[in-house]
Design a protein around this ligand. Structure first.
Ligand SMILES: *[C@@H]1O[C@H](CO)[C@@H](O)[C@H](O)[C@H]1NC(C)=O
Ligand SMILES: *[C@@H]1O[C@H](CO)[C@@H](O)[C@H](O)[C@H]1NC(C)=O
Length: 175
């Protein structure tokens, strides 16, 4: 746990594909587009996101492979890859939600390629697995999920309505 806490303050702009610079310096009288946190990643200031209810359930969508799965996973990311230019210097950022979704897609593709006999793991997959681990820890979700069978394969009952931030607002900017 101690190691996990230490990494909380690491700036997480590490997607190796993108030349993202993460040392923004903003004047104090600029319009508030970004919320700065001391020694931490800045946050895109979209105002408070509404709370919405999401029904968590298994789905035939977002499968591991196939052209429909490829298209669906791809459609989760805006056409420009989820990049925004913000601040007085119009610095380039990637929105964390899209980085996380992109990473899941990268892991998915590499996992399937492996199951089809591809040798070795893409270094990007290693990065993504670690990044997703850090993002999950960072959010410290304290929602309680019912344990229906402590010894069974599906020991936890996630099905049901969850309260979530309305992520549609994070997409609106890109349309
Ligand atoms: C996914 O891959 C498996 C193994 O090649 C194949 O049998 C299956 O038809 C694929 N699914 C889709 C939806 O393409
Ligand atoms: C993967 O590596 C193994 C062992 O080196 C080899 O036998 C196999 O042919 C390789 N498969 C592919 C798809 O390259």
């Amino acid at each position: 746990m101690r190691a996990a806490r230490r990494t909380l303050f690491v700036v997480l702009c590490i997607l190796p594909l993108l030349p993202v610079k993460c040392s923004p310096v903003f004047g104090s009288n600029e319009p508030v587009q970004i919320i700065m946190h001391d020694e931490a990643s800045p946050t895109w200031n979209l105002g408070p996101l509404d709370e919405v209810l999401m029904d968590v359930h298994n789905t035939g969508n977002y499968q591991l492979n196939g052209s429909q799965a490829d298209a669906q996973w791809e459609a989760l990311i805006p056409a420009n890859g989820g990049l925004v230019r913000l601040g007085p210097h119009q610095e380039l950022f990637m929105v964390s939600m899209y980085h996380q979704l992109k990473c899941l897609d990268i892991i998915r593709r590499d996992y399937f390629a492996g199951s089809m006999g591809k040798n070795g793991t893409d270094p990007l997959t290693r990065h993504c697995l670690n990044y997703i681990r850090q993002m999950v820890l960072c959010r410290g979700d304290r929602r309680l999920e019912c344990v229906v069978d402590p010894f069974g394969e599906h020991a936890v009952q996630v099905r049901g309505t969850q309260t979530c931030h309305d992520w549609r607002l994070v997409y609106d900017h890109f349309e």
